[in-house]
Design a protein around this ligand. Structure first.
Ligand code: GLA
Length: 406
């Protein structure tokens, strides 16, 4: 039998305290404070945040921490507990493609805040930052958004920006801009919204058409349920290019349909929309992409309704349909994700699906609380049997968004 390895969340107060101490050792001075932001899992609403759709993500208890101290000379000096490199550059050199690697997600944030006219002395003065990531990296659980959002909430806090939901929405927009331009990943805004705007005990229903959020209570334990996250540890191979191609597909389809985004296609009129895009040279692909987006947005709506009615135990079929659509129509799944989903379903999960961008990364399974271990063992055994790298497991407790620790 394979023993499943669980990736536990770091204890928030002691991690923050240890990071402040290390900051003193590294930079020779006290940090101004320590802030942290969570990774996320998306319950449902996948690959629709760049076409005006609805998503239902929740924040994980797993967080990325940053200890930070403002400077006055316009330089950023960055260290990470997970990386050997020390990055130092003038803020004036931050822009498209600079700096590269993890530092883009840190230095990109003040750059993006300045673009959005969140101006202030601190932003031009630069800062020293020490980062400590406890969100599984490269697992489709938004470790990069957690890093951006920890920095954003730190800078926002220090310049006295309001940290109510509207202020957080503005910070999320800046983080997305940093990711799109400085890091060069053309993603939608779901991950940053989740990291900044979620609250303990719930998911957010994010409407990417107008960036509004409503809180959706998610009392899984009260319903006798648990949300198991399986990090398949499969690399997101070619994910960058494929993500961009999916985005191009839906943008092309929206243009053909004469709508700004696929959100504007009424599910009741889906047949006509499919017929229209189906007549194009790449019609079969476009049909399937449109069918995914329109049906997925509708599934989010139905999931949110069930959750509002306290019927979390009934969302499993919608999760299953979401995965099948992502696998067959949107073609963003992979062998490890499909295996996880199949095994979880066969071992009694109420529903299971890939979560995040796909092509590797993580899947979620909604299971009876007492069956977490059984399902995890079954998945671990199936991976071992097929000679795949051992997956890792997390339980997703809906947690608090970004904030100050010290
Ligand atoms: C990645 C992106 C998000 C979203 C998901 C798919 O996580 O960062 O913006 O598009 O993929 O739902």
């Amino acid at each position: 039998m394979s023993t499943p390895e669980f990736f536990d969340a770091a204890d928030r107060p002691s991690t923050a305290t240890a990071l402040a101490k290390e900051f003193r050792d590294v930079f020779g001075d006290e940090p101004e404070g320590v802030w942290s932001a969570p990774g996320r899992v998306n319950l449902i609403g996948e690959h629709v945040d760049y076409t005006g759709g609805l998503c239902l993500p929740l924040a994980l208890p797993h967080r990325t921490f940053v200890a930070l101290r403002p400077r006055t000379d316009g330089v950023v000096r960055l260290r990470s507990r997970q990386e050997d490199t020390v990055v130092e550059l003038p803020l004036a050199e931050v822009g498209a493609g600079s700096p590269q690697g993890w530092a883009a997600y840190v230095a990109g944030v003040p750059w993006a805040l300045a673009q959005k006219e969140f101006a202030g002395g601190l932003l031009t003065g630069g800062f020293d930052a020490l980062v400590d990531g406890h969100v599984p990296y490269g697992s489709g659980l938004s470790s990069s958004a957690a890093l951006e959002c920890a920095v954003a909430v730190a800078l926002g806090d220090l310049i006295g920006a309001p940290l109510d939901d509207a202020g957080r929405a503005a910070l999320a927009g800046a983080c997305m801009l940093a990711e799109n331009v400085v890091a060069g990943a053309n993603t939608g805004g779901m991950d940053q919204a989740a990291s900044l705007r979620c609250h303990e005990g719930g998911a957010i229903l994010l409407d990417t058409r107008d960036d509004t959020v409503s809180q959706v209570a998610l009392d899984l334990a009260g319903a006798g349920l648990a949300l198991l996250v399986v990090d398949t540890r499969a690399e997101h191979s070619h994910a960058g290019g494929e993500y961009g191609r999916r985005r191009a597909n839906v943008e092309h389809a929206a243009e053909l349909l004469g709508v700004p985004t696929l959100r504007e296609v009424d599910p009741a009129a889906l047949g006509a929309a499919l017929e229209r895009v189906g007549s194009e040279p790449d019609g079969d692909v476009l049909r399937r992409r449109v069918r995914h987006a329109v049906t997925e947005i509708d599934r989010v709506r139905r999931t949110a309704e069930l959750l509002h009615e306290g019927r979390a135990g009934e969302i499993g079929d919608l999760l299953n349909a979401s995965h099948d659509s992502l696998r067959d129509d949107y073609e963003v799944s992979c062998r490890e994700l499909d295996l996880t989903v199949d095994v979880a379903r066969a071992h009694g999960a109420l529903g299971a699906r890939m979560t995040g961008g796909g092509f590797g990364g993580s899947a979620i399974a909604l299971v009876a609380a007492g069956r977490v271990q059984v399902v995890a063992e079954a998945v671990a055994a199936a991976f071992a049997e097929q000679g795949l790298r051992a997956p890792r497991f997390l339980t997703a407790l809906p947690s608090e968004g970004a904030g100050r620790d010290l």
